[in-house]
Design a protein around this ligand. Structure first.
Ligand SMILES: [Fe+2]
Length: 167
């Protein structure tokens, strides 16, 4: 079976983990580390933009096809959707904490930033593990070739909103 689109989702997860590792290292680095603010900004933006596209690839690409096999209202897809909503909230909190720290660097804003990063990273690592170990293997077992192809097309439509509007 062709696993292209699902492999892309796994690959996205490695990218997210890579950014979270860097985020952790940057927050532990001395406050006068050159490029600290710019590097943090690029990670926060990655989580706002690239992670958002990844979530849409799952929500509009994978889940609608997978729900034909496992349903949507209860079970893993419902849990994943709730976690996506929580993730967006925590990334919003990270953005706010980062901007507050950038405007006024002090121990209070620094510790709020670390807290926000820890919360977002904690959920992300947990969520990624569930998808990697449970949800994606489930999809790979359940899907026929035509399902995989449909997931790929749906994911491509996320990247091209004009095409999506015609669906
Ligand atoms: Fe997800």
């Amino acid at each position: 079976m062709q696993i292209g689109p699902i492999q892309n989702l796994y690959d996205d997860h490695r990218q997210v983990e890579n950014r979270l590792g860097r985020l952790d290292a940057l927050l532990a680095a001395p406050a006068d580390t050159p490029g600290l603010e710019t590097d943090l900004e690029s990670i926060v933006r990655f989580l706002e933009e690239d992670l958002e596209i990844h979530l849409l690839h799952e929500e509009r690409g994978l889940f609608p096809v997978l729900e034909r096999y496992i349903g949507r209202e209860a079970g893993p897809i419902a849990v994943m959707l709730m976690e996506h909503a929580e993730m967006r909230r925590l990334v919003g909190g990270l953005r706010q904490a980062f901007d507050a720290w950038r405007q006024q660097r002090n121990p209070a804003t620094a510790s709020a930033l670390s807290d926000a990063a820890r919360q977002a990273a904690g959920l992300l690592y947990e969520h990624i593990a569930k998808e990697d170990q449970v949800l994606f293997p489930l999809a790979q077992r359940a899907f026929a070739e035509s399902d995989v192809q449909e997931v790929g097309e749906r994911m491509a439509a996320v990247n091209d909103p004009a095409k999506e509007a015609r669906r």
